[in-house]
Design a protein. Structure first.
Length: 342
């Protein structure tokens, strides 16, 4: 006895282009043109093909389309740290901007940004057929000539310093730190204590250098900074030992500022009466701190948009100019800062 397996076979492999063409009453070439977004099909025919695609559940073969166009509409993202607020917001911004441009992303986390780890990540992403790569490594890695990106693969660097060798997009870390420090000095504080991020962090180093330069330019004393690790817990520990003479603190991120504020409250100190506090990032919760936190705003959405814009430009034009694009930062003044107590 013979059994007809056509329905089962169709459900496994999905409808073919020929079946769409037959239902729509057009050629397979016409279906191909519609599937690839070409404009040389009249509106009525296009609508008929789209209705047939929907009725049959047809999905264009993206791999075959990529072979024709040389484009995969996919972007690889290499990251070293997934836990920090800034990195997650940057990743979210890149994913949103990529989707708006019609690209998917493939995330490739690496533990340590060495040449070996980076090479493995590049190889794996190349095997997954990406058109370009966004790199968020938050470390002094691309300053090091040992780290070399593979030639011919478009790349954009975020939150690191690659000089003029590559395309770089970053928030203006130095300006943000200057605004935070100068704000506290303008309120009348004699100097500003700094809670820095990890020494390995490019962003932390930029913020610390700008804090120090702003104090020196004002002729204010420069106290030794405390070093945290971006977490609430590290800010809390630093806050417990904050010297009594400190009246103003600039923390390198909002999470450390939050931990420090908790420690100050536990010590019976008022904010900003005894100590003014400024953070960095302007995370959504900053306005709900007690008191609401004065902080430096980073436009992560704009960083993501400009990064993907630059990467797509590089994908389209291999002769593009490299260099750094700075996205402006701004100070958001809330109730955690005030004039020092007389």
């Amino acid at each position: 006895m013979t059994t007809d397996t056509t329905p089962a076979t169709r459900s496994r492999r999905g409808p073919s282009m020929a079946e769409v063409a037959q239902l729509a009453g057009v050629s397979s070439q016409t279906v191909s043109r519609v599937a690839n977004g070409l404009t040389n099909v009249d509106a009525a025919t296009r609508d008929r093909v789209l209705v047939a695609m929907e009725e049959l559940g047809y999905r264009p073969n993206s791999a075959a389309r990529a072979l024709k166009t040389g484009r995969f509409h996919s972007i690889g993202v290499i990251m070293t740290t997934l836990s920090t607020y800034g990195n997650m917001r940057t990743l979210d911004a890149i994913a949103t901007a990529s989707a708006q441009a019609g690209y998917s992303i493939t995330l490739m986390p690496i533990a340590v940004p060495t040449q070996g780890e980076m090479a493995v990540a590049f190889t794996r992403l190349s095997e997954q057929a990406v058109d370009g790569i966004a790199i968020i490594i938050e470390a002094h890695t691309l300053d090091n000539s040992d780290i070399i990106l593979p030639p011919g693969l478009p790349a954009v660097i975020l939150d690191s310093d690659a000089g003029d060798r590559y395309t770089v997009v970053d928030a203006d870390q130095a300006e943000g730190a200057r605004l935070a420090t100068q704000h506290l000095l303008d309120l009348g504080h004699r100097t500003v204590f700094h809670v820095a991020g990890p020494e390995s962090s490019f962003s932390s180093a930029r913020r610390t250098a700008s804090w120090r330069a702003t104090l020196e330019a004002a002729g204010a004393p420069v106290l030794p900074q405390a070093v945290g690790d971006w977490t609430v817990e590290s800010g809390y520990r630093i806050g417990l030992d904050l010297p009594h003479e400190v009246t103003a603190v600039f923390a390198a991120n909002d999470q450390m500022a939050l931990g420090l504020m908790r420690a100050l409250h536990e010590r019976g100190l008022s904010i900003p009466g005894d100590v003014s506090v400024v953070g960095f990032d302007d995370m959504a919760e900053a306005q709900a701190f007690w008191p609401p936190l004065t902080t430096v705003h980073q436009d992560f959405a704009e960083i993501g948009r400009r990064s993907i814009q630059a990467l797509l430009h590089e994908i389209e034009d291999s002769t593009h100019e490299t260099g750094t694009t700075m996205v402006p930062t701004s100070l958001v003044v809330r109730e955690s800062t005030g004039v020092p107590r007389a």
